[in-house]
Design a protein around this ligand. Sequence first.
Ligand code: SF4
Ligand code: SF4
Length: 351
Amino acid sequence: MVNRRDFLKICAAIGTAATIELYSADIRDIFTQAIEAHAQGDNVRLIWLAGAQDTGCTVSLLQGSDPDLIDVITKFRLQLDFHQTLMIPEGEAAIKKLEDIVNDKSRVDVLIMEGAIPEGYFCTVGEIDGQPVPIEDWVKQIGGRAKYNIAVGQCAAYGGIPAAKPNPTNCRSLSEVLPDKTVINIPGCPPNPDWMTLAFAQALQGLPIELDEVGRPAAIFKETVHEGCPLLGYYEEGIFAKTLDGPGCLYKLGCKGPLARADCTVRRWNQGLNSCTTAGGCKACVEKGWPDEPFAPFYEEAAEIPPSAALGINPILIAGAATGAAAVGAVAYAEHRRRKHKKEAKKEASA
Ligand code: SF4
Ligand code: SF4
């Protein structure tokens, strides 16, 4: 188990790719420490709004097991004041929770946005004085008051499917609607539950989070899906699958793993069981501009692969900094891991 000091060290060093593996192994321990740190503090007041979306991000978060959502909410002293799917109050009582914040009768610490934000009356939540209230208005009012604004899922982070061309409802991301606020983007369709809980844990601890050029926690979204893929050896040997169940690399069947920066193939999904490249191929759902070209068509070979996609490092710091040594370490580690995976995949291919 990591102690509190180690936890702080891990979080401070989130710029290093190596910490991804520590997080995977120790996420429960991290939360144990976070729970202890918050045991005496105030509740963290959280509002979860949903715009143009399908509740997939909430469902993904509900699938988290280490810790599960109940652990996160109850032991971590989260006070979830509004979540239209999970909350017990309904109707006027539910909308009053939002009105109280807007009228400064209640505080909000964190706004979590799920879904894209359509223009005006294309998406409304509740009524005030008999008038429907556009989600955009709630987002501006509540996000403007929150200490942290977190966009969960591709739609809230970058617009996603609702904002795909021609975007008839003018769907926008959280950062487009709140241009003056720092937004932590946790993209994915849906995001891995670990990504969400790690971002929440760090933000709630007030710890520095290093973001990349599109607002994602750099440690999670640094290397490509392709780099950690168990099928990488096939790709490098030019062995391409003819059908989605292989054998061979799925690139020519439309896998966009080389375009996607996320730790999916290392962290994996479903309690570490698998990820998309062993279940039909990656669609690059964590990237800005998805699902339009170059990410579509889904089942056709990508037109081009950016040569430096794997190691594109252009971090923006909210607070704190990864050291130069950490950045160098990340690059070295990525290369080490790339070689290791290549060797393992080769072994698998020849077995
Ligand atoms: S299946 Fe996709 S991610 Fe895996 S090696 Fe092939 S192109 Fe890369
Ligand atoms: S493997 Fe690709 S499609 Fe699957 S979650 Fe990761 S980025 Fe999205």
